[in-house]
Design a protein around this ligand. Sequence first.
Ligand code: AMP
Ligand code: ZN
Length: 495
Amino acid sequence: MKDSKLYIENSLTRQKELFTPLNPGFVGMYVCGPTVYSDVHLGNCRTFVSFDIMYRYLLYLGYKVRYVRNITDVGHLLDDGEDRMSKGAKADNLEPMEVAQKYSNGFHQMMSVFNVLPPSIEPRATGHIIEQIEMVQSILDNGYAYEANGSVYFDTLAFAKDHNYGELSGRVIDELLAESRDNLKHQGEKKHPSDFAIWMKADENHLMKWNSPWSVGFPGWHLECSAMSTKYLGKTFDFHGGGNDLKFPHHENEIAQNMGACGCTPAKYWVHTNMLLMNGRKMSKSDGNTISPGELFTGDSVHVTKGYSPMVVRFFMLQCHYNSTLDLTDGGLAAAEKGYHRLFEAYKHLQALETEGGDGAINATINGLLDQAFDDMNDDFNTPKALSRLFEVVTLINKLVDGHENVNDLTEATLQRMQSDFHALLFDIFGLKEHESSSSDHDKMDGLMELLLDLRAQAREQKDWGTSDKIRDQLAALNIVVKDGKEGTSWTINS
Ligand code: AMP
Ligand code: ZN
């Protein structure tokens, strides 16, 4: 175990707290996974990349981490009460399980493209119906739920008499009246509008339903995370994460269910990531302010002037703290691309540096910056600050390479530390990969592509379609896509 003090902003207490796991050396970590009824979007990717950094950093510190990230494949209803999976199934004319498989596959592929480590356990809600039924029964037995017409509702007023309902979101019951995202059809069965369904009776047309002591039905959405975190991490575990849009009602109700069933709060530290915006506004399909990961990689969107590789997008995400909103803009991505190449070029030079072992003042400067980079990571996983320290070291590396600083002023120990810390931060902790070409390779590639596209343009002018098609097709075979638009011809590399 590394001897370092990690502080985490705990959403439950609204304070930055020293991270002390329940069992020294071990961490139990649960993160709400995707609802697999449509393609994963960039906002989801940001959230899972953020938790990937936390997972990686805990591993780097030497903890043995059990990371559980679920797949929601039942129970997450739309505002009109329809199950998201059924909606996906009807739209694509598939079995609900086919929908779940299709979008789980897509999600896994996208996570791998972004170099997100797989969790230790990835449980599915539909694989844990028995555990969920048992939990409903425990909540009923403890007097915090009631049955109405085959459905079972969590009794928020009964619960609030004994416990603090609203602790995480900071809302009081009266404020919650109008906000329940539950099935509106069943509002009439509830004793209080803030009560929420933990088991729902299914109507005849409902596609996904199971037998239970109360009705043929299906579990409420919040229940799966309570049941699966308890099953795999215990009644109380260390860390629970999700996007901050899940704080209420999902996480608030999760806490209430765990308290109601087991008598204790599930997680010690609750961590919430902030939202991804685009051009200063919420990403939204309905007003066109949206871009898919694929479109971002190929550049096939009005919102970007070119494609950006997944590692550049990951690096772009790291430049913002997980707790702040991140605004996706073409300018921001272009700047990230430059920074990314600068960092990796310096890393390559660093691996080739050799010193005769002097003892200049530069040693203290570099060691100080590297210490600070890890202090930043210990300060609630502050990746943008840690990166800015690395860039200060990059400036020094470049000076050592071009002779503005004397490489022989470095001690052997400093040089070795720089090489190993850069490696640990870039690859193990930030999870970046170096499959991108360097910026000088980029310049050469740009020059070559310009030449080829000029030749193609000349061929087209001369109506020599054979040559122009040959250039385009052979580039396509190399995964280089040429696009002819109003503003000229552009190209991107498909990853
Ligand atoms: P969902 O598939 O909708 O259940 O979401 C999966 C995860 O992505 C949850 O933790 C959400 O909070 C998170 N998420 C959804 N939209 C965004 C967004 N625009 N930015 C960041 N995270 C998001
Ligand atoms: Zn959840």
